[in-house]
Design a protein around this ligand. Structure first.
Ligand code: HSE
Length: 313
C-alpha cells in the first residue's frame, strides 16, 4: 500500500442542456488534482489548497468541514479508514463557480485518491456515493451530473431516482464538445434556489422529447437528430439572463456550425456540441463573441468520451 497517491478528476458539463440534474459529460484537458498522504494523527485534514498558478488558493478553505475534497474523503474514511489519518493537498485546475463541476472534481479526486491509499476497498462505481457527499455540501442538492462523469468519464445518465446506479451512454462518432468559460461566477446553490418549482405539461412533454431524442440520437450516431434535440426549454430560459454574454456566445456557436449550445451546469460556462472538424473554429468564434462584449474567457475542445478520474504522478 503506497503512502502518497495523487488523483486527477476532470471538469464536466452538467445537464448537457437537455437533462437537468441527470445528464453529464466529462471534459478533457481541465480538472483538479488531489494528493493524499497517510498520517499518524487520526482523521482527514487538508494541508493546502493551491490554484493553477501554484499559489495558495485565495478563497478555498483548508477547514475539512468546508471543502468538498475533505468531505468526500471523510465519507469514505468513515466506512473504510483505520486508526490513522490522511492529509490532502488540493490543486485546483477548474475555476470556481464556473459551471464546470469544480466542487465535484475536487470531491471525486479526493475520494479516488483516498480509495487508492486504502488499497481500493471500493469499486470505481461505488465511489460515486462518497463523491456525492462533497458535491451535496457545495450545491445544496443531490445531483450527480458533475460527479458521475468526472468519476467515470464519457457521458453518464444519472437521475436521482436511480442513484447510486448510473448508466453510461454511447456517444456519437465525430462529435466534439466545446466549452467556453467567461470570467464570471454563478453560485450553483443560489441558481438552484431561484428555479421555478412548477412547470406546465407542455414544457414537461417537450423536454422529455428532447432528452429521449438526444440520447437516442447519440446512440444511433444521428447527427441531424442531435441538432434537433439538443435544446432546453425549462432551465436555460430561467438562467441565461444571469450570463451577459450568453446570447452572443450561443449565436456565435450556432453560426459556426454547432449542433446545439446551452449553459454548462448553472453557468456561466457555455458549451456546444459540433462536428470534430469545426470544433477549433467554433471555439474561436465563441471566444471572439465573448471578448467582443469585454468579457475575458477561455475555451476547451474535448472528445465526448473523455476519460474520468485516474491516478497521476
Ligand atoms: N445540475 C446542476 C444544476 C449542475 O444545473 O444546478 C450544476 O453544475
Amino acid at each position: 500500500m503506497s503512502e502518497v497517491v495523487t488523483a486527477f478528476a476532470p471538469a464536466s458539463i452538467g445537464n448537457v442542456g437537455v437533462g437537468f440534474d441527470m445528464l453529464g459529460l466529462a471534459l478533457a484537458g481541465v480538472g483538479d488534482r488531489v494528493s493524499a498522504m497517510r498520517t499518524e494523527s487520526p482523521g482527514i485534514t487538508i494541508a493546502e489548497v493551491r490554484g493553477l498558478d501554484g499559489e495558495i488558493h485565495p478563497y478555498l478553505a483548508t477547514d475539512p468541514e468546508h471543502n468538498t475534497a475533505s468531505i468526500a474523503a471523510k465519507a469514505l474514511w468513515n466506512d473504510y479508514g483505520d486508526d490513522g489519518g490522511v492529509e490532502l493537498r488540493v490543486y485546483k485546475g477548474v475555476p470556481l463557480q464556473s459551471g464546470m463541476g469544480s466542487s465535484a472534481a475536487s470531491a471525486v479526486a479526493a475520494a479516488y485518491a483516498v480509495n487508492q491509499l486504502l488499497g481500493t476497498p471500493v469499486s470505481n462505481d461505488r465511489l460515486l456515493a462518497y463523491s456525492l457527499a462533497g458535491e451535496q455540501y457545495a450545491s445544496g442538492g443531490l445531483h450527480a451530473d458533475n460527479v458521475a462523469p468526472s468519476l467515470l468519464g464519457g457521458m453518464i445518465f444519472c437521475p436521482q431516482v436511480l442513484l447510486p446506479e448510473t448508466v453510461r451512454l454511447p456517444v456519437p462518432d465525430g462529435v466534439s464538445a466545446v466549452l467556453l468559460h467567461p470570467e464570471l461566477q454563478v453560485n450553483t446553490a443560489d441558481a438552484r434556489r431561484k428555479l421555478a418549482k412548477g412547470y406546465s405539461m407542455e414544457q414537461w412533454l417537450t423536454q422529455q422529447a428532447y432528452l429521449g431524442g438526444f440520447i437516442a440520437a447519440c446512440a444511433a450516431n444521428d447527427i441531424e437528430l442531435i441538432g434537433k434535440t439538443l435544446k432546453d426549454v425549462i432551465i436555460e430560459p430561467q438562467r441565461s439572463a444571469a450570463v451577459p454574454c450568453f446570447d452572443a456566445v450561443k449565436a456565435a456557436a450556432e453560426a459556426a456550425g454547432a449542433l446545439g449550445a446551452s449553459l454548462s451546469g448553472s453557468g456561466p460556462s457555455i458549451f456546444a456540441l459540433c462536428a470534430d472538424a469545426v470544433a477549433t473554429n467554433l471555439a474561436m468564434a465563441m471566444e471572439q463573441a465573448c471578448r467582443g462584449l469585454g468579457i475575458e474567457c477561455q475555451s476547451w475542445v474535448s472528445p465526448m468520451d473523455a476519460p474520468g478520474a485516474r491516478l497521476v504522478d
